[in-house]
Design a protein around this ligand. Sequence first.
Ligand code: UDP
Ligand code: MG
Length: 319
Amino acid sequence: MISIIAPVYNEEKVLPELYRRIVAVMVSADEPWELLLINDGSKDQSAEVIAQLHNQDNRVRGLSFSRNFGFQEAVTAGLDYARGDAVVLTDADLQDPPELIPEMIAKWREGYDVVYGVRSVREGETWFKKMTAKAFYRLIHRITSVNIPLDTGDFRLMDRRVVDAIRGMRERNRFLRGMVPWVGFKQIGVPYVRQARYAGTSKFESVGQMLPFAINAITSFSYLPLRLATYLGFIVASLSAVAIVLVVLIRLMTPSVALEGQATTLTMVLFLGGIQLICLGIIGEYLGRIYDEVKGRPLYLIDQTWGIEAVRRPSYHDD
Ligand code: UDP
Ligand code: MG
């Protein structure tokens, strides 16, 4: 069976169309399937729409979080409750065309464990979003030790053994686009055109929404910021060593008080203060992540389910 997982946050207008397109695709692909909708604390009627879809077709299953936990957590819950031999992750807004799923299944049957969609073209997105996304994928590809493929979102098919491996990774502040390549196995990309949203608006459009995502991605898979802080320290220390010698020489070799102090001292204090704060911030970023891990809270809380047995619960590290 193929499980299709879609995280849902305020997507009431999209869900019936998502269901329609998935039914059409899966009927022509002639595969048994289920559609797992994870309602991530939507404020609109998404929950009611999921309930209604489940009532008319029990291949649609779903659950509601107790509040908005975020995209990564919603996908995690999907992986926890999916029953398929392969799992397809897709956005609910139809930016990832369901019509690509048969092609993914074909590659899976050929023996690939992960088939990820590569965004060859992006439609209906702002110039700013396209540019920042492009830069982001290249940066993350360069600085991480995991081989994160370029221009690849979360639209992908995963074999059961990959899903089980990911389910065992209960880390907080998750970045699935890095966790899946980390797992390994045989992975391959298929190109697709990322379409415009069917309805509604994007939840990751402004700098304020994208920056935390980018910082999380970088700190999840790279120590580069910490290393940069170290390098910065060495550079500043070497420059200071030179400057100190110069200051001493100038002081000794000029008769009068050549170094008029105030301005120079202030500049140096402010400069060093800034550098130190930046480095502290970088350490703090990683410290905060450790704090989140240590608290060991569940990744999400479930309020309501449709067609999901209450007994089946994810395996947390501590039980
Ligand atoms: N989403 C979610 N929780 C959130 C934000 C988004 O489950 O807190 C879902 C959303 O419903 C959609 C998917 O994640 O199915 C991608 O979000 P969106 O389309 O807004 O992002 P974009 O495609 O513009 O990056
Ligand atoms: Mg979208």
